[in-house]
Write a protein that binds this ligand. Structure first.
Ligand code: CP3
Length: 345
């Protein structure tokens, strides 16, 4: 039977006149219905660990816009939390974590198998979603890539340049590599269980890949991604994977072939025509509209949507932003993006 989900068709290499579309952070604070459900949950982590409410916020943008894919509502920092790290989200400031910077901190983390105690509600959300989503909407599970997760675990918060993680890498490379391995193993376990629960695609967010240069990019962004994908494929041979080595620059060239990813998500710093020649020649690409257009809208948004659709029209493409939609975005601009993308369809 022909695959009815546009997203899965793109991931298997099909070129479509109108590409499938979804948005990073599509369930988020720009939507009034998200803010209402989040208030009901109390705080962000309680929302992530409440399967009924997490299912509800995942469904909200699907109901409102008819996206071609839903992404599980969770966060990349749930893996460190499940490993025993203290985690809180400070309103308006972002995440705060207890740090892992010594052998003792690393030894105090829970075992990979123990993460499921904390993450069980997330798997339940995946089960709920696979039962509630419309038949033509694909369900994406996800995790952070090990380097990006490590940057938060080492610094205890988000940082502009990931300096604490780079410092640990330079001062105690053995410990740094052991931490990355620990995260890698937990991530494989986490994604495997998401797939068992019904995730049809998985995405790896390497949001801070861009601060790894040269051999470090190969060792700490590309290699863990390759290891995660090849291990998952032993258990799930056909699982499609989207990799997002954000701001990886020239590093995105050949990344799909080297890691086994079916699709490379392109941030908005990437020139689309360059990406056609250097990345899309190897398979599907996703992106790369600047999320600022979701705030400003108007003719500039329309022109950009048409341009990106046109530039990538010769190969498999998933329409998306180059990074997550921001809380100050106007929900009407999202509708304008979708209407423009699907015009003359
Ligand atoms: O809709 C979706 O995309 C699915 C859910 C999702 C969230 N976070 C929900 C969320 C996904 C895929 C993520 C990924 C994530 N989380 C990344 C990688 C992608 C990226 O943005 O680069 C990172 C680095 C994180 C860590 C994180 N989570 C930070 C730094 C913050 C605080 C900054 C912010 O945007 O508020 C979060 C919080 C977060 N994760 C929110 C949401 C909807 C906002 C929390 C709130 O409701 O207050």
């Amino acid at each position: 039977m022909a695959e009815s989900k546009k997203l899965l068709r793109a991931l298997s290499g099909e070129t479509q006149a109108v590409p499938p579309v979804w948005m990073m952070r599509q369930a988020g604070r720009y939507l009034p219905e998200y803010r209402a459900t989040r208030a009901q949950a109390g705080d962000f982590l309680s929302l992530c660990y409440n399967p009924d409410l997490a299912t509800e916020v995942t469904m909200q943008p699907i109901r409102r816009y008819g996206f071609d894919a839903a992404i599980l509502f969770a966060d990349i920092l749930l893996v460190p939390h499940a490993l025993g790290v203290d985690l809180t989200f400070v309103q308006g400031e972002g995440p705060r974590l207890s740090t892992v910077t010594t052998e003792a901190d690393l030894a105090a983390l829970k075992s990979t198998q123990e993460i499921h105690d904390t993450l069980a509600p997330v798997y339940q959300t995946v089960v709920n979603l696979s039962e509630s989503l419309p038949k033509d909407v694909a369900l994406i599970g996800f995790a952070g890539a090990p380097w990006t997760v490590a940057t938060y675990m080492i610094a205890g918060q988000g940082t502009p340049d990931q300096a604490p993680a780079h410092a640990l890498k330079d001062e105690n490379r053995v410990l740094f590599q052991q931490l990355l391995l620990k995260i890698t193993d937990a991530t494989i376990e986490y994604l495997h269980t998401q797939i068992m629960a019904g995730a049809e695609v998985v995405m790896l967010f390497d949001s801070w890949a861009g601060s790894l240069k040269g051999a470090d990019f190969a060792a700490y962004s590309l290699a863990p991604t390759r290891h995660i994908i090849s291990t998952l494929r032993k258990l799930h041979p056909d699982i499609p994977v989207i990799a997002f080595p954000r701001q990886g620059g020239e590093g995105v060239v050949g990344f799909a072939n080297a890691t086994g990813a079916n699709c490379i998500a392109l941030d908005y710093s990437v020139d689309a025509q360059w990406a056609v020649e250097n990345v899309q020649r190897d398979g599907c690409v996703m992106g790369n509209l600047d999320p600022a257009h979701m705030v400003t809208g108007g003719q500039a948004l329309i022109d950009e949507v048409r341009r990106i659709r046109e530039v990538f029209s010769g190969g498999p493409h998933i329409f998306n932003l180059g990074h997550g939609i921001t809380p100050d975005a106007d929900p009407d601009n999202v509708q304008l993006m979708i209407d423009t993308l699907r015009e003359n369809a």
